[in-house]
Write a protein that binds this ligand. Structure first.
Ligand code: LER
Ligand code: MN
Length: 279
């Protein structure tokens, strides 16, 4: 397993001006950084890739569908926009030199429609994801689809549904991102959910129940660690939290208070805890 930290702790628009963060992340003891972007225009992927190599760091890449971009919409224009966006994201991940592109990639983050998903929406998600198979193969990238808790999406909330979605899609480069924060709200048994995902588990966000430092709340980390071992997971464990000034996800993530004295504390204290619990 490799440990990473998500750049959303500091910024939603990781760019050349943030390269000094890389040295800091390396000195904290992480293997890599998860770079977050919600737009891929003018993104200096090559420069960031070289800076990562200079620091001896790896990376993963994450994003999200936001307003007016949806694979499941009945509006073909919004579906096209979502497919183009995800294809650009997959190509950008390859330019960064990572094999993981992760996030909630079916419906826009924060969209709640006051009803459960329909069979037509499920079918459109399956077809939309299938249409990305060629780009994933060409770029050697895996798409890790993230179920979110019910207050952030109506479309995909549980590990069991995420596994079924992947089975219906049937592409080996499409798997599931398991985020312990969302799972704590939606799963009866976090370890059981991980075991049920088995080979479909592609990526992990390690988040405390309040999005603070892993180890400071009530997520059952030992059980999570044992379940990851049981399914022979050897991918990334990425600490994810959000600064309170991230407009792209503020309305969905609803973090309205500081979860630590400074953002670095979530990364540093979380990593020390995870290494003791997981290694
Ligand atoms: C993104 O990884 C995530 O977990 C979401 O809660 C963002 O709103
Ligand atoms: Mn997450």
């Amino acid at each position: 397993m490799k440990f990473g930290v998500n750049s959303l702790i500091w910024t939603a628009g990781f760019d050349a001006v943030h390269l000094s963060l890389l040295g800091k992340v390396k000195r904290m003891g992480f293997d890599g950084v998860e770079i977050a972007r919600f737009s891929f225009d003018r993104f200096p992927a090559g420069r960031i890739r070289r800076a990562l190599a200079d620091e001896g760091l790896e990376c993963t890449f994450c994003s999200a569908l936001t307003e007016r971009t949806s694979l499941v919409s009945d509006n073909a224009r919004l579906r096209d926009k979502a497919r183009d966006f995800l294809k650009r994201g997959i190509e950008t991940a390859a330019e960064l030199g990572t094999r993981v592109f992760a996030g909630p990639f079916c419906a826009p983050v924060g969209l709640l429609v006051g009803r459960r998903r329909t069979a037509d929406e499920w079918k459109r998600a399956v077809e939309g994801l299938q249409s990305l198979g060629g780009a994933l193969d060409a770029c050697g990238v895996t798409l890790a689809i993230e179920p979110l808790n019910r207050f952030e999406t109506y479309f995909l909330n549980t590990a069991a549904d995420a596994r079924r979605l992947c089975e219906d899609v049937g592409h080996p480069r499409i798997g599931v991102l398991f985020d312990t924060f969302h799972a704590n709200i939606e799963e009866r048994d976090l370890a059981g959910a991980i075991r049920e995902l088995g080979p479909f588990l592609s990526h992990v966000h390690a988040c405390e129940n309040d999005r603070g430092a892993p180890g400071s709340g009530h997520i059952p980390w030992r059980a999570v660690s044992q379940a990851l071992r049981a399914v022979a997971y050897d991918g990334w464990i990425v600490i994810e939290s959000f600064g309170s000034n991230i407009p792209e996800i503020a309305a969905a993530a609803c973090i309205w208070r500081d979860l630590a004295d400074k953002p670095e504390a979530i990364a540093e204290e979380g990593l020390a805890f995870l290494k003791s619990a997981f290694l």
